[in-house]
Ligand binder design. Structure first.
Ligand SMILES: Cc1ncc(COP(=O)(O)O)c(C=O)c1O
Length: 426
């Protein structure tokens, strides 16, 4: 055990789960350099954050320039260039009409803000979410989160008036044999209709929150037809459709936002992770007329839209744009799936899925995913799991990763799975 790990184990309590106990000295592009000098290929981006890699020179320069000019004043106290410029730039990328932005510090905070906005603007209270979704760890966001019941363990009553409908996840579909995405989606829509008939009157529903692609829940894209049906439903019942694009946003799916890729425009979007380019930043985005219904002073934050976070986010967007990285996501995704081909016949693999550069390999048990990720790390490749039972390995490379590095990383993973000694399923 390294000295840093020993100190960390001594000072920090157990509540924070750990994918690994790697100790990192620094990051360079898609590489992490450990405190004992080993180079590790990072296929996690710090859980979908460092979308242009570690320490991109343009991002570092923007951060250091901003830090030396102004580190903090609070957006409620005074206006500053980085804050306004990032909002303006973001509004050129978001779907048409979603042009007003409120910054916060994290994904969970963006979700909290969206709960408050949608409830206040509609004067309604009920929120519909989808089983398997992950929206954050704060109390309100945890109420919307159903990817694992552990996230609620021991916390007593959370927010009232939150209703959970099934997400179209063919491998986890309640209907036997409905492994086809469209059949599964039809089943989920019928369940949603039943919910509105039996549990929550449509006129009580303030918002329908969904991740267009389940992130922590397993990298499962909802069929476009399902999102279109939600769009129609929300409009019909006067509810707001909220896309949580915290994990999918900023190019990961091969479009700036997954909603654009899947052809559906929500009323509200929540963003974080890649938005800050590596510094804490979140945002809720909605049309100006809707935001106008959110009464002045009823929401706010000391740090939200901090100058350095905004400068970092702005430089990250500029790099994504100037280096054509959003379009590159598609090529990277194809490359990853191609490299996973030798696993197709593996008896423990259930499915390989992808949208853009969000790629997942689902196994029949976490014994396989955990053994394989540990073995990959021993060979210098960092990947992490997701899914209801951690049975899914997700690949989230920086969008400017070198093609050869990515190929080698994927090959290492394939070898790690093939050689993993895993007990047969019970
Ligand atoms: C889709 C989604 N929403 C919300 C969150 C919460 O974000 P944060 O950890 O920044 O609070 C996450 C984090 O993984 C996420 O993936």
């Amino acid at each position: 055990m390294s000295d840093l790990e020993a100190r960390a184990r001594k000072i920090f309590p157990n509540v924070l789960g750990h994918y690994t106990w790697l100790t990192i000295d620094r990051g360079e592009g898609s590489w992490l350099i450990t405190t004992d000098g080993k180079r590790v290929l990072d296929l996690t981006c710090g859980i979908a954050v460092t979308v242009v890699g570690h320490a991109h020179p343009r991002v570092v320069k923007a951060v250091t320039d901003q830090a030396s000019r102004l580190m903090h004043i609070s957006a409620g106290v005074a206006k500053y260039e980085a804050n306004v410029a990032l909002a303006e730039t973001l509004a050129t990328l978001t779907p048409t009409g979603l042009d007003a932005i409120v910054f916060g510090n994290s994904g969970a905070e963006a979700v909290e803000a969206a709960i408050k906005l949608t409830r206040q603007a509609t004067g309604r209270e009920a929120i519909i979410v989808f089983r398997g979704g992950f929206h954050g760890r704060t109390t309100g966001a945890a109420t919307l989160t159903t990817s694992k019941s552990a996230y609620r363990r021991g916390y007593g009553a959370l927010l009232p008036e939150v209703y959970v409908a099934p997400f179209p996840y063919p491998l986890a579909c309640a209907v036997p044999g409905a492994h086809d995405a469209e059949a599964c989606a039809a089943h989920c829509l019928a369940e949603l209709d039943a919910m509105l008939e039996h549990e929550v009157p449509p006129e009580h529903v303030a918002a329908i929150f969904i991740e267009p692609v389940l992130g922590e829940g397993g990298y499962v894209a909802a069929p476009a037809s399902f999102l279109r049906a939600l769009r129609v439903l929300a409009t019909r019942i006067g509810a707001l459709l909220v896309f949580d694009e915290i994990q999918t946003g900023l190019g990961r799916t091969g479009a700036w936002f997954a909603g654009q890729k899947l052809g559906v425009t929500p009323d509200v979007m929540t963003l974080a992770k890649a938005l800050g380019g590596g510094l804490p930043l979140g945002a809720v985005v909605a049309p100006r007329e809707l935001m106008a219904k959110w009464r002045t002073g009823t929401h706010g934050s000391t740090f939200g839209g901090n100058p350095v976070s905004c400068a970092c986010g702005l430089a990250t967007i500029q790099v994504l744009r100037d280096e054509g990285l959003v379009a590159r996501a598609e090529m990277l995704g194809q490359l990853m799936v191609e490299e996973l081909t030798p696993l197709r016949s593996h008896p423990r693999l259930r499915e390989v899925r992808r949208i853009g550069a969000m790629v997942a390999a689902e196994f029949d048990d976490k014994a396989v995913s955990k053994t394989a990720t540990a073995a990959a790390l021993e060979r210098g490749v960092l990947v992490i799991t997701c899914g209801f039972h951690d049975q899914v390995v997700r690949f989230i490379p920086a969008l400017n990763i070198g093609e050869e590095d990515l190929r080698k990383g994927m090959r290492v993973f394939v070898e790690a799975v093939k050689t993993a000694q895993v007990p047969a399923p019970a």
